[in-house]
Design a protein around this ligand. Structure first.
Ligand code: MEV
Length: 291
């Protein structure tokens, strides 16, 4: 049985969404695939390696197996993972693998899980691995489309020309979420005000997104990015990409947890030093792949 789930871009609102503010997020046309087959013993094979249940090498898959086992015991299966989503790039590969594995297990064991169930378990897994998280990534990977979180309002996006620049430096969500939590602990009032301003940027982003207003979106990307930088989740490589974009008259914003990972910008860009690729939004959520 094979299932797949999409990666995502957070257009606005990462980190602030962990503290109850809004985020605008869309599923992208890069997917992660999981295949489950009968086998003697439990094997997990992915680009990270070939292991049994291993919470270090395969934390998300192992927790997904453990949580699924609360419904139906998982044993004697070979779980194979492959993905179009660059790993630790801020594009939701961890949630996509979690969601794809849960769906493939449910198909293999003939357990009736609807999307809400898959999301609930994937959300649990996110907390198991990261300790803190908003559920945004597993939500969009499960349901697909473009959403305003937390109220789950579907957003109509005009075709948006979006380029992702991958800095090549890994973005570790749990570390970045912890960094922001520490900053909030120390400078509560200031950090809450930053979250509030990010929130108004996100809400203002809706109309620009629906109108396909690229100038407005670029301005909001820039402003959101500067606030993320103030939260301490940028890094040298991200700064370098953003500066290079500005030299070319464009604005960029880190997407996802930061500390590495990707920068998004409107329009077509090619920066020699970094891998740049176009993504399309509004991709379909988790699904069975027929072979
Ligand atoms: C990570 O893609 C997004 C964060 O806001 C964390 C979360 O929402 O759980 C940084």
């Amino acid at each position: 049985m094979i299932a797949s789930a999409p990666g995502k871009v957070i257009l606005f609102g990462e980190h602030a969404v962990v503290y109850g503010r809004h985020a605008l997020v869309s599923a992208i046309n890069l997917r992660c695939y999981a295949k489950v087959e009968r086998h003697r013993g439990l094997i997990i094979e992915s680009p990270m390696g070939k292991t049994g249940l291993d919470f270090k090498v395969h934390p998300y898959v192992s927790w997904a197996v453990k949580r699924f086992s609360e419904i139906k015991e998982v044993k004697d299966v070979y779980i194979k993972i492959w993905s179009e989503i660059p790993i630790a790039s801020g594009l939701g590969s961890s949630s996509a693998v979690t969601v794809a594995v849960l769906k493939a297990l449910s198909l293999f064991y003939d357990v009736d899980l609807d999307r809400e169930d898959v999301f609930e378990i994937a959300r649990r897994v996110e907390l198991d691995v990261q300790g803190l998280g908003s559920g945004t990534d597993p939500f969009v990977s499960t349901f697909g489309g473009t959403w305003l979180i937390p109220e789950r309002r579907r957003i109509n996006v005009k075709d948006l020309d979006l380029t992702v620049v991958d800095t090549g430096r890994p973005s570790i969500t749990s570390e970045m979420v912890k960094r922001v939590a520490d900053l909030r602990e120390k400078y509560g009032d200031v950090v809450e005000k930053i979250f509030d301003t990010i929130d108004s940027i996100t809400l203002s982003g809706i109309k620009h997104l629906e109108r396909g207003d690229e100038g407005g979106l670029s301005f909001l990307f820039r402003t959101n990015h500067l606030l993320l930088k103030a939260l301490g989740v940028s890094c040298r490589e991200i700064d370098e990409v953003v500066e290079e974009l500005e030299r070319r008259g464009k604005f960029g914003k880190l997407t996802g947890a930061g500390g590495g990972g990707s920068v998004i910008t409107i329009g077509d860009v090619d920066l020699n030093k970094y891998k740049c690729f176009r993504v399309s939004l509004n991709a379909e959520g988790v699904r069975e792949e027929k072979v």
